[in-house]
Design a protein around this ligand. Sequence first.
Ligand code: AP5
Ligand code: MG
Length: 191
Amino acid sequence: MLNLVLFGPPGAGKGTQSARLIEKYQLVHLSTGDILRGEIANGTPLGLEAKKLMDQGILVPDEVVIGMISNKLDSNPGAKGFIFDGFPRTKAQAAALDQLLSEKNTSINAMLALNVNDEELIQRLLSRGKDSGRPDDANPDIIRKRIEEYNAKTAPLIDYYKAQDKYTSIEGVGTVDQIFNLLVDAINHLG
Ligand code: AP5
Ligand code: MG
């Protein structure tokens, strides 16, 4: 299997690049943000709870997203592999993911981390916010809060994956095609 963590701050291009990578490598895309927005759209109790936090740019509780990922792994038994987009976001999530994959006799092959500076992130998200309808894109203060959450709770995962020798840094500023080519190069060079 090919299991990739596509990592990066809010607006780094994780969703954009995942869409291309799943086509090229025939992988299943698991975005906890997309799954949560689906719950909100369906008006489920979980969605209503999550929305309160997401609209403020705050992470939802670990057990919520870990449960979602566990269900998705179970419901895709024949997958060639997975792209984890926006998950894991805390050390507890990363440890849970390792455990869930090991129960299925597989593991993460690589963490591909998109590097994008804060100015560019804010520009991208504000510009998307004009028509995305995402409440967390609409306001620069909430975008900054998302970046703060990333720096405080999520960026430390770089060390977690470095310790497993799975961390690869990818330049995330450039055209979508340029960045896709860098990702493909990195994937094709995995041992
Ligand atoms: P989530 O949905 O994961 O959002 P995010 O990570 O904050 O950021 P985005 O999805 O907005 O960015 P992206 O990196 O996918 O970039 P994209 O390709 O869209 O999470 C939302 C919320 O859900 C969180 O705040 C949290 O509350 C909750 N949540 C989710 N997962 C969780 C978890 N595991 N634990 C706890 N809470 C969780 O691109 C962004 C924009 O830039 C687009 O408009 C795109 O067209 C544009 N763009 C892309 N590439 C380029 C490029 N190369 N040049 C110029 N523009 C580009
Ligand atoms: Mg996304």
